[in-house]
Design a protein around this ligand. Structure first.
Ligand code: FAD
Ligand code: SF4
Ligand code: SF4
Ligand code: SF4
Length: 417
């Protein structure tokens, strides 16, 4: 019997899945079992869109169709939780299985905290994530740095710190460090990301730590919940998945790689946040950059945490309609609403037609709040401090104490007069 905390190598016994899978095909096989056993009604996963650089979300209900979702797309910059909320009517009538990266898992938790989704009706299979590459930049990088026509590439992967492509006539890899120094490589938010192994999911799967004869042929699976353990046991019992305990040396290597990735994330945070300046300089920079905003609302549409039906930015009292440049209040409202729960998924930056580094601004503020109040979004179901604030009481406290602190907390005690 598998239990929470187990570390395994897993591989599929299904020849079609094996052919298409990124590694051992464990993720796709587990979904096959989940659908066949009716553990879930549907699976939300990812498949290739118009080309290799386009990842398309797909809802699967027939296990036979799952094979088309096998394999990893590193240039896909999708985020899953809001799709469930927006297009699948939440989780009220359906039990859904979903493949998640770290940022997806974090956003699921933040939406669940706000009662927008029910995690009991969701099974998450997490994939470790070293980062993803923006589709537009990927094409440019392959042309400029690899000297290859991006239309001739039929496979891309990120392995051992390299971005590797296979194309008509050969294959080539360039180190991520070199690409990133030259302004290519992973998305800026991914460089700052420290959610490399999504342990909030029911299972966390990846390639780090698979060594020896199984290298490249098995998926490393960390069991993160009882739900995950049951799914795994069911698939093994059915004979569609095989497992063995992870090699202890592989386990050690995986830990080291994760640690190195976390250090790298910290290094990028320092660089990016210092580049923003501090205090008034930072504010000026943000105001200057956001003055390019044309209020297309895409940052709001795509942000997993923005879900209000009546968005305050649409209230003419706060943001006068039909004015360019857009009032800075538009951005202030978003900062105020999201800064305690931003999961640095990068969507608001990815889709901005004015190329405003929205995720950087929001992430920088979230990290400041994290330092002040100790709340890290997306890692647990712990509520942010703001969630405990009663407006009337707070207003009375402000009036009574004359304090200019927005609210009182253990890190920031207000001395009563
Ligand atoms: P498969 O059976 O091939 O199934 C893959 C699953 O991933 C499918 O459900 C598919 O729909 C889903 N998927 C594919 N692309 C995406 C996407 N862009 N977003 C969300 N879901 C997607 N593992 C590591 O150990 N280290 C890493 O640095 C690492 N980086 C990764 C970066 C990205 C962007 C992705 C998507 C995966 C990464 N992985 C990493 C995980 C690894 O590539 C495999 O997905 C994992 O080992 C499972 O292998 P498998 O053969 O069992 O998966
Ligand atoms: Fe992966 Fe983190 Fe980037 Fe999300 S933000 S795609 S988890 S590296
Ligand atoms: Fe403004 Fe960019 Fe947001 Fe559109 S996506 S509203 S241009 S910040
Ligand atoms: Fe993601 Fe941007 Fe929303 Fe933060 S503000 S959660 S980076 S879309």
């Amino acid at each position: 019997m598998t239990k929470k905390g187990d570390m395994l190598y897993a591989w599929t016994n299904d020849a079609d899945i094996q052919k298409k899978a990124e590694l051992g095909g464990a993720v796709t096989t587990l979904w096959k079992y989940a659908l066949e056993s009716k553990t879930v009604d549907a699976v939300l996963a990812v498949t290739k869109g118009v080309d290799l650089y386009d990842a398309k979300p797909v809802v699967i209900t027939d296990p036979k169709d799952l094979v088309k979702t096998a394999g990893s797309l590193h240039c896909g910059t999708l985020l899953m939780p809001k799709l469930i909320k927006k297009y699948l009517g939440g989780t009220h009538h359906t039990k859904i299985g979903v493949t998640v990266k770290g940022c997806d898992a974090m956003a699921f938790y933040e939406l669940a905290k706000r009662k927008q989704l029910d995690l009991d009706r969701i099974i998450m299979i997490g994939v470790n994530c070293g980062g993803s590459v923006s589709p537009v930049l990927a094409r440019k990088m392959i042309t400029d740095k690899f000297g290859v026509d991006p239309n001739t590439v039929h496979k891309e992967e990120i392995d051992k710190g390299q971005f590797i492509i296979e194309y008509e006539g050969g294959h080539k890899g360039i180190s991520m460090d070199e690409l990133e120094e030259a302004g290519y490589g992973r998305r800026a938010n991914c460089r700052r990301c420290k959610m490399k192994v999504p342990r909030q999911a029911d299972l966390a799967c990846g390639n780090w730590g698979v060594i020896g004869p199984r290298a490249g042929k098995a998926t490393f699976v960390e069991v993160c919940s009882e739900k995950g353990a049951n799914l795994l046991d069911g698939a093994v019992k059915k004979g569609i998945l095989a497992t063995e305990p992870a090699n202890p040396k592989g386990l050690e290597i995986r830990g080291k790689v994760e640690g190195a990735m976390l250090k790298l994330g910290e290094k990028w945070r320092k660089k990016d946040f210092e580049g923003l300046g501090a205090g008034k300089d930072r504010l000026k920079k943000i105001m200057s950059e956001t003055s390019r905003c044309m209020k297309c609302y895409q940052c709001i549409e795509q942000c997993p945490i923005c879900y209000c039906v009546d968005c305050t930015t649409k209230n003419p009292v706060y943001v006068p309609p039909g004015e360019l440049p857009v009032s800075f209040m538009f951005h202030l409202i978003r900062y105020a609403h999201i800064a305690d729960s931003c999961v640095n998924c990068g969507q608001c930056e990815e889709v901005c037609p004015s190329e405003i580094p929205n995720a950087l601004f929001m992430h920088a503020q979230q990290v400041e709040l994290e330092k002040m109040f100790g709340h890290i979004p997306g890692v647990s179901m712990e509520l942010p401090l703001m969630a405990f604030v009663e407006e009337k009481q707070e207003r009375a406290r402000l009036a009574n104490t004359g304090s200019d602190m927005i609210y009182e907390n253990v890190f920031n005690p207000v001395v009563k007069k």
